[in-house]
Design a protein around this ligand. Structure first.
Ligand SMILES: Cc1cc2nc3c(=O)[nH]c(=O)nc-3n(C[C@H](O)[C@H](O)[C@H](O)COP(=O)(O)OP(=O)(O)OC[C@H]3O[C@@H](n4cnc5c(N)ncnc54)[C@H](O)[C@@H]3O)c2cc1C
Length: 425
């Protein structure tokens, strides 16, 4: 039985509901594989439009990235809209640009509509180390404002010190519609909403085979789901279930730690406005306060997603570089989680045949996109596929080096970008 990894989120989760293992044969309109944000958001939108839905989860609700992440609402995609504008015809690029800020609104709507207790706080900051990064943030502000997103404020050196208690940054960009929340409690609340609308969730029920055809059947160890449609939402934890998808994406690990609860004074000195922060480096650090005033600090990428032996040894020095004042603070939890990287760092979306749909690979920034993906997938299943097709038209290619060399080659590429960040070029 796969249980939650030991983390701050698992230790402080609200709901301890367990959903039954799938036994025997069931029929449903849509079988969703994976109970992370992608699967749960899809299930909710479909249920709200009258579909019957069965969600299969290999482990527990929110077992994957959705129950382990930094909890930061970051708008747009892992590669910004300017990259999409260069890749796609104007009409599709415009559609994707308009959608880039919808995921955050969906999250807030879900939390309000289903009364999900997940410590939501408003405000997120992108923090710059160099004038080159400040230039990127200025361009980002202009770009986002072109798509109607105006809740932004550039911060100069004085401004960033008012919101982050470190001397590392020279400025930043505040996104008032960013924010943060308890990751696992959002997933658990969304699962409870799925169940309240009559959706069926089965934990410890890995999909082990998809029988494709006009009437797809998803098989688990103890049962099967006959469906009109299948939605594949296993992301970095999918393994080889759908070989076509594995070739163009790579699981990667990111590591997070949570300190012991800090005194109110110390917590306020680090993040006076309680905003979340991510820096502008290629391999970025991200941090925020939890509701019980722990600093939750993440960073680092392990290409190929091997679990590091000593996470604290990787992340604590990063945290102390930002906040040396925490040198005597105890670390209560450290954990790792996997996200799915694509070569373009844009989501991998599409259909296999007429009735199997997938969305995955949001490459590190996925909290808002996955919630949007649920809406867009549900629209496509209802026969309105224009927005889904805009995502599906994003081109994807295998990583250079094939299965054997793609991990070291990608790591080498990242080292190059890391060096550029250090040199400020
Ligand atoms: C450490 C970390 C920090 C992050 N921080 C942030 C952040 O601050 N902001 C941000 O925007 N993004 C962040 N992300 C990314 C974000 O968490 C993910 O993009 C998002 O949660 C992905 O959701 P998902 O539902 O697609 O995948 P997951 O949450 O990984 O869910 C997939 C689920 O599918 C299940 N599954 C897989 N295979 C099968 C199968 N065969 N049968 C049944 N079930 C299956 C898995 O068990 C899992 O529960 C972070 C990611 C990590 C790992």
């Amino acid at each position: 039985m796969q249980q939650y990894v030991s983390s701050y989120y698992a230790a402080s989760r609200n709901l301890h509901t367990e959903y039954p293992v799938l036994q025997g044969s069931v029929e449903t309109d849509v079988c969703v594989i994976g109970a992370g944000y992608t699967g749960l958001s899809t299930a909710l939108f479909l249920l709200e439009h009258g579909f019957s839905v069965t969600v299969l989860e290999a482990a527990r609700v929110g077992f994957g990235a959705s129950g382990r992440n930094g909890g930061q609402i970051v708008n747009s995609y892992s590669r910004d809209i300017d990259v999409i504008e260069r890749q796609l015809p104007a009409k599709q690029a415009q559609l994707l640009g308009e959608m880039a800020f919808e995921g955050g609104r969906i999250i807030r709507d879900r939390i309000a509509r289903y009364n999900i207790q997940c410590d939501l706080k408003d405000g997120g900051v992108f923090a710059a180390f160099t004038s080159k990064q400040m230039g990127h943030l200025e361009a980002q502000q202009r770009l986002w404002e072109r798509y109607g997103h105006t809740q932004l404020q550039l911060l100069d050196e004085h401004g960033i010190r008012e919101v982050v208690g470190t001397e590392r940054y020279i400025g930043g960009l505040l996104d008032r519609s960013g924010g943060h929340f308890h990751s696992l409690n959002l997933a658990l609340g969304e699962a409870a909403a799925v169940a309240s609308l009559g959706g069926k969730i089965h934990e410890q029920s890995a999909a082990i085979r998809i029988e494709r055809g006009a009437h797809p059947v998803v098989h688990t160890a103890n049962g099967q789901v006959k469906a009109r449609f299948v939605v594949v939402a296993g992301n970095a934890y999918l393994g080889g279930l759908v070989p076509e998808l594995a070739a163009k994406s790579m699981p990667c690990g990111s590591q997070v730690l949570a300190t012991e609860p800090l005194s109110e004074e110390l917590a306020r000195s680090l993040l006076p406005q309680d905003y979340c922060v991510e820096d502008c480096n290629y391999l970025l650090d991200y941090f925020r306060l939890s509701a019980d005033r722990r600093l939750i600090y993440g960073g680092g990428v392990v290409y190929g997603a091997r679990d590091p032996a000593d996470i604290e040894a990787i992340i604590r020095p990063k945290m102390l570089q930002t906040f040396p004042q925490l040198k005597d603070v105890k670390i209560d939890f450290s954990w790792t989680g996997n996200f799915l990287l694509t070569l373009s760092r844009l989501p991998q979306v599409g259909r296999l045949g007429d009735n199997i749909y997938y969305s995955q690979g949001c490459s590190g920034h996925g909290i808002t996109y996955t919630h949007l993906a649920g809406k867009v997938l549900a629209e496509a299943l209802r026969g309105q596929a224009e927005r889904f097709d805009a995502f599906a038209s994003l081109p994807h290619y295998p990583f250079p080096g094939g299965q054997l060399l793609r991990v070291p080659l990608t790591a080498l590429g990242a080292t190059y970008y890391q060096l550029r960040d250090r040199l400020g070029i």
